[in-house]
Design a binder for this molecule. Structure first.
Ligand SMILES: NC(=O)c1ccc[n+]([C@@H]2O[C@H](COP(=O)([O-])OP(=O)(O)OC[C@H]3O[C@@H](n4cnc5c(N)ncnc54)[C@H](OP(=O)(O)O)[C@@H]3O)[C@@H](O)[C@H]2O)c1
Length: 290
């Protein structure tokens, strides 16, 4: 009830002031006309100042404009109490808006934190990227083998091969498989051949390199173990090369493809000298795709 009464009183005050302003305007217009007549028709005051009525009208206009600003813009006639209440209302409105913005920002931050959490969980749950490695022993002249057999005997290299590949898929061409002659223990042997009828006990036989990779899809680290034809095709899709460099040149009929140093970065190198078991100097070298 009190608020309604206040609203009514304020509206009444405003209407009263607007009426006064209107009356002021009418008096101003009539007064200006009167001053004009005094000056022009009766020539009153002409001895002191020429066209004095213009200055008088301008001065009056100034006061009328002040009156106008008071009624329509500053509304000072409404009193200090009204101004204070208006300010309070404005502050309350702003506080409400700030509160809303704060709630919105808090919600957004919460959503962001939640989605970050879920993304991290997803990342943790998703499998690590599969690393496909080509493993080979290569001579100075890139020689790999001759007459479908290895040319040298390096027990250190065979040991490294066994330690690295145990527990993983080893993917090979049909010639390499036949050169080895049996599936290697503790590894899954995958043989690539175009022959649809090919059978090899204890091995998985596939008809393309892509099929071999698909067979090993659950292995985080499958190895491609040769021979020359398969290395040639697989080097493009491999992520890593585990190379044993045999520091000697041999007469051979199959060769490893050139390692393009623009595409591959050497990340490890260990050199060993020949001994009574290993006839040639050799190095274990790792390359990673750039
Ligand atoms: N130094 C080393 O580290 C190392 C490692 C491995 C092997 N080697 C040597 O390398 C030699 C063997 O290599 P290689 O090049 O003669 O033979 P390979 O690469 O072992 O096998 C070639 C055979 O794989 C099959 N093949 C190739 N590409 C195919 C494709 N895209 N789709 C389906 N089948 C495909 C074909 O089998 P089909 O003819 O049955 O269709 C082809 O004849 C041997 O001397 C071996 O000792 C050396």
């Amino acid at each position: 009830m009190q608020e309604q009464h206040e609203l009514y009183e304020n509206a009444r005050k405003r209407t009263k002031q607007k009426k006064r302003l209107y009356l002021h305007f009418v008096i101003f217009v009539v007064g200006s006309l009167f001053l004009f007549v005094l000056d022009r028709v009766f020539a009153i005051g002409e001895d002191y100042l020429k066209d004095w009525f213009i200055w008088a009208i301008l001065l009056w206009s100034f006061f009328w404009i002040l009156h106008f600003i008071n009624v329509f813009i500053t509304k000072r006639f409404m009193g200090k109490d009204w101004e204070r209440k208006q300010t309070e209302k404005l502050v309350a409105k702003q506080e409400k808006r700030i509160k809303k913005i704060k709630i919105k920002l808090e919600r957004e931050a919460q959503h962001k934190a939640e989605s970050q959490f879920y993304n991290e969980q997803e990342k943790k749950q998703s499998k690590p990227k599969q690393i496909i490695t080509l493993i080979a022993a290569i001579a100075n002249n890139n020689a790999l083998g001759k007459d479908n057999d290895l040319i040298w005997h390096l027990p250190s290299d065979l040991k490294r091969f066994k330690n690295t590949t145990t527990g993983h898929h080893i993917i090979m061409g049909r010639n390499t498989y036949e050169s080895i002659g049996k599936p290697l223990p503790n590894r899954t042997s995958v043989i690539i051949t175009r022959n649809q009828e090919y059978k090899a006990e204890g091995c998985i036989v596939v008809n393309s390199l892509e099929e071999a990779i698909a067979v090993a899809k659950n292995d985080a680290s499958p190895f491609i173990i040769g021979g020359a034809q398969i290395y040639e095709q697989a080097i493009e899709l491999a992520d890593k090369l585990d190379i044993t460099e045999v520091h000697h040149s041999f007469d051979a009929d199959v060769f490893f493809p050139e390692i393009n140093i623009g595409k591959w970065k050497e990340t490890r190198r260990e050199k060993f000298s020949a001994d009574e078991k290993n006839k040639y100097d050799y190095s274990f070298v790792t390359y990673e795709k750039k």
